[in-house]
Design a protein around this ligand. Sequence first.
Ligand code: HEM
Length: 282
Amino acid sequence: MSVPPPEARNEAGPETPNLDFEGTTPYEDYVQADVLTHLQHPLSDEPGEMVFLVATQVMELWFTVLVHEWQVACEALRQDELPVVLEALRRSTWELESLNASWKPLAHLTPVQFNAYRAALGDGSGFQSAMYRRLEFLLGDKSASMLVPHRGAPRVHAELEKALYEPSLYDEVLGYLARRGHAVPPEVLGRDLSARYVPDPRVEQVWANVYAGGQDTPEVRLGEALTEVAELVWRWRNDHLVATRRAMGAKSGTGGSAGVAWLEKRAAKTVFPELWTARSHV
Ligand code: HEM
């Protein structure tokens, strides 16, 4: 057994945590905190840039967790394992709440505060986030043109391209409903998976029937879990929109878009559309 260093010997006792490790701590080996906390390289001298960078990195991590959860849900849907699906979706709603709470430090920037480091961001924009794009693809908002910014990063491009052709979470949900005997049209089930999902009145009718029936069915539980996810994604988009409006008004974005006007259009899109429109027919 190794001899603890003198500073550890003074403190060590039966009730104190272990202080003596041969190499890096098991915590470090697992969390890689040293890597994580040395990934912050602000581009300006402005003190406020650090929180902008870290909040963005934190959101990227939450995007990663959400993609993981929805992939778990997709796999479980393929196996018709509803409890596993609901569990993954429920976890993802807590994660979405945490993601959305990450707006707090950025939600009140004045134009002067944002301008102090905006120029340093150059052409960089969240629009170029590959993990956010995977998240949108899983929600059904597919678009081949969104791969273009990633041509220079082969691994990222390959992952996104794979995701483009895979069924979205909503595609898997519709497959599950069809196997449970609901009249999801074959054209919807056999649609081009790499194209943006287009709402279909017959799918709306499926959800209307589901919601008009018994309230404690697997289908209603699934519909409500998805609605929760959709609402929280919509909140993220809206919090982003409002934070942007406060920080830069109607100026164009660093990514080259019209800025707020472009984000308004994005925020106006509903996630899992027929789950919302069906409510008018119940
Ligand atoms: C207050 C600070 C922020 C402002 C003013 C802002 C502004 C904008 C603007 C104007 C766009 C449109 C594209 C462009 O021309 O750049 C955009 C897109 C985007 N931003 Fe932000 N942003 C902010 C913070 C963040 C943060 C912290 C994230 C987290 C990763 C983020 C993620 C995104 C994403 C994912 C898009 C693309 C949205 C889509 O494709 O629908 N933004 N942002």
